[in-house]
Design a protein around this ligand. Structure first.
Ligand SMILES: Cc1ncc(COP(=O)(O)O)c(C=O)c1O
Length: 432
């Protein structure tokens, strides 16, 4: 078996057999070895063609091998890209981001989402002179030390959080506060107790890392209010939600302005580029003008900047989203109908180009507790059944909230209809 054989080789030379822990497909119990992608499809090392609902964990929003992005990178490859240098293209992209991201007045590039969220937190700590921050249970902001804590006990919010990784300084636990998503009462109680020592409130404005859990009506507005009331910096981690449903991401879609935003993934259609954007008065605290350290050899890598200039030209157009949201909403309705027709209780939730499937659930998923009810036994049967028939859903874990999936600008209604036929057949075969 090629996939299994490669994994055996990998386990002898790659730590843990992979290059990133989430590359193990937990239901297939091995990584999927991908050779290349084109449009809505990827190919694995056996030559199998798979309709891709993972899209590089949400990074390839336009689709794989997207011509305008490929051409821009190829042109630079032919000339000779130079790392660790500034170019006019860096300025051009920042000008566009300041135009299309409503709260962006200044931009700083980095390479990964984790770098961006870490820097956003550092900035917030500097401008407030405070150390603690508030996040929401299960929201994913990358694997930097600060974010590697979860509440030990969701009932007694004051209990010291526990580290979810080895090697994380336990003293950091005291800085990490969290409450359940969409739980206003818990948020208000936490703010009343800790608000004046909190530097930042950070959230995924649409919680895609648990499938897709949108904010309740008024919840983001409430975050803005309490952040102002207690003098905290409001950070929207739009690494996934950026460009997902509107050119200006979730902040534009819901009309709520954060102080600082993190972007990555769709920004460069899968090339390693992230950005911290926000209020000039905060952003100008970054070195070399201000005292907050940030630099990096690969920050704003020229190939990624070329890709991002090409990608955001398309992602800055309203028309792109009229078409995309129409296709996405049509697909989510059809998906729900497919599960209903197969008589399998699955709740489909989607916003813009990304969605979540909650197995063994009929009600809305609103909170961290709701998301955790996903039935992984059914989820696994579904994902492996689809995989065998050429439809690829990634999975990130075998317990708790499900992973996120999505479509791209390259997914056609015809391809999606074919996938729906497979999905309905597989759904019918699930054993409860
Ligand atoms: C919302 C969010 N923030 C941060 C990150 C971390 O980004 P990266 O994997 O590029 O470090 C991710 C990655 O999935 C994410 O989804």
């Amino acid at each position: 078996m090629p996939g299994k054989d490669t994994y055996k080789r990998a386990q002898k030379v790659l730590a843990g057999g992979v290059s990133a822990s989430m590359r193990i497909h937990p239901y297939l119990e091995r990584p999927v070895y991908v050779t290349h992608g084109d449009g809505a499809h990827i190919w694995d090392e056996t030559g199998a063609k798979l309709l891709d609902f993972n899209n590089s964990n949400g990074a390839t929003m336009l689709g794989h091998n997207y011509p305008a992005v490929q051409d821009a990178m190829q042109e630079l490859m032919n000339k000779g890209p130079v790392s660790a240098g500034e170019s006019e293209e860096h300025v051009q992209l920042a000008e566009r981001l300041c135009k299309i991201i409503p709260s962006a007045e200044r931009v700083r590039y980095a390479s990964t989402g984790t770098e961006a969220t870490s820097l956003a937190l550092r900035l917030a700590r500097h401008v407030t002179g405070r150390q603690k921050f508030l996040k929401f249970n299960g929201h994913f902001h990358g694997l930097a030390d600060a974010f590697l804590f979860q509440p030990r006990d969701t009932i007694h919010a004051s209990a010291k959080p526990q580290a979810v990784s080895g090697g994380v300084p336990s003293s950091y636990a005291y800085d990490s506060l969290s409450v359940s998503w969409n739980d206003r009462d818990a948020l208000d109680a936490m703010m009343e107790r800790e608000g004046t020592s909190i530097a930042a409130i950070i959230c995924e404005p649409v919680w895609y890392n648990a499938g897709c859990v949108p904010p309740d009506e008024g919840f983001l507005e409430h975050l803005r209010e309490v952040a102002d009331q207690y003098g905290c910096v409001l950070i929207f981690d739009e690494v996934l939600s950026g460009f997902r449903m509107a050119p200006g991401g979730a902040q534009q879609h819901y009309g709520v302005m954060p102080d600082i935003t993190t972007l990555a993934k769709a920004l460069a259609n899968g090339m390693p580029l992230s950005a911290v954007v926000g209020k000039a008065e905060y952003m100008e605290q970054l070195a070399p003008v201000g005292p907050v350290a940030h630099s990096g050899t690969y920050s704003g890598h020229p190939l990624a900047i070329a890709a991002a200039n090409a990608a955001t030209e398309i992602l800055s157009k309203k028309k792109t989203y009229t078409d995309l949201n129409k296709t996405a909403n049509w697909f989510y309705e059809q998906l729900q109908e497919s599960f209903d027709a197969a008589n399998v209780p699955v709740r489909v939730q989607g916003v813009g180009a990304r969605f979540g499937l909650y197995f063994n659930r009929e009600e809305d998923v609103r909170t961290s507790e709701d998301a955790a009810t996903n039935d992984h036994n059914l989820n696994r049967q579904f994902v492996t059944g689809c995989f065998d028939r050429g439809v690829y859903f990634h999975a990130y874990r075998t317990a708790g909230a499900p992973g996120h999936s999505g479509i791209t600008l390259s997914h056609t209604r015809e391809q999606l209809s074919e996938a729906l036929n497979v999905i309905q057949d597989v759904a019918k075969s699930l054993e409860r």
